[in-house]
Design a protein around this ligand. Structure first.
Ligand SMILES: [Zn+2]
Length: 142
C-alpha cells in the first residue's frame, strides 16, 4: 500500500470547507481564533451538557467544561439581537415571527437550565463581537 502525498492546497481547502459548515459561522470562528490567540485554547466545541438528572440541556457553541462556562455566539438575525432589533422578512411574516420567537425562547430555556445546573453563561452578539470577546477575556483571566 502506498501513501498518497496530499495536494498542497488541501489544508486551505479543508479550512474553506470547515468555514462553510453551518456550525462554523463566521462570528464563532472569530471568537475561537481570539481565544486561541489569547492563550485559552482549551475550549470545547458543541460539548454536550446534561443536567443532574441526565437529561440533555444543550451543546453550547463554545464551552470550558472545567470552568463550567458556556459561551454562545449569536447571530443577530436568527437570535433576534435586542440591540440591532432587525425587522422581520417582508413575506411570510407570521411564519418568521413564530420561528424567531421559538429561537429566543429556546435560548432562554437553555440559559436558565445551565444556570440552574451551576454553569455560567456568556453570550456574544455578532454585532458586538469585539466587546464580547474582551469581556470574555476578563472572565477567563479571573
Ligand atoms: Zn446585534
Amino acid at each position: 500500500m502506498t501513501l498518497e502525498v496530499p495536494p498542497a492546497s488541501s489544508p486551505a481547502v479543508h479550512n474553506v470547507m470547515r468555514a462553510n459548515k453551518s456550525t462554523d459561522t463566521k462570528p464563532e470562528l472569530i471568537v475561537r481564533r481570539f481565544l486561541r490567540n489569547s492563550g485559552f485554547p482549551g475550549y470545547r466545541l458543541h460539548w454536550r451538557i446534561d443536567g443532574e438528572d441526565g437529561r440533555y440541556i444543550c451543546r453550547p457553541d463554545i464551552a470550558f467544561p472545567g470552568r463550567k462556562l458556556a459561551i454562545f455566539v449569536h447571530g443577530c438575525f436568527w437570535h433576534r439581537c435586542p440591540t440591532c432589533n432587525l425587522s422581520l422578512p417582508k413575506s411570510n411574516t407570521d411564519y418568521w415571527s413564530q420561528k424567531f420567537r421559538k429561537n429566543v425562547e429556546r435560548d432562554k430555556r437553555k440559559e436558565e437550565a445551565l444556570l440552574e445546573f451551576g454553569w455560567s453563561v456568556y453570550t456574544i452578539w455578532e454585532c458586538e463581537i469585539e466587546a464580547g470577546a474582551s469581556g470574555l477575556l476578563r472572565i477567563l483571566t479571573i
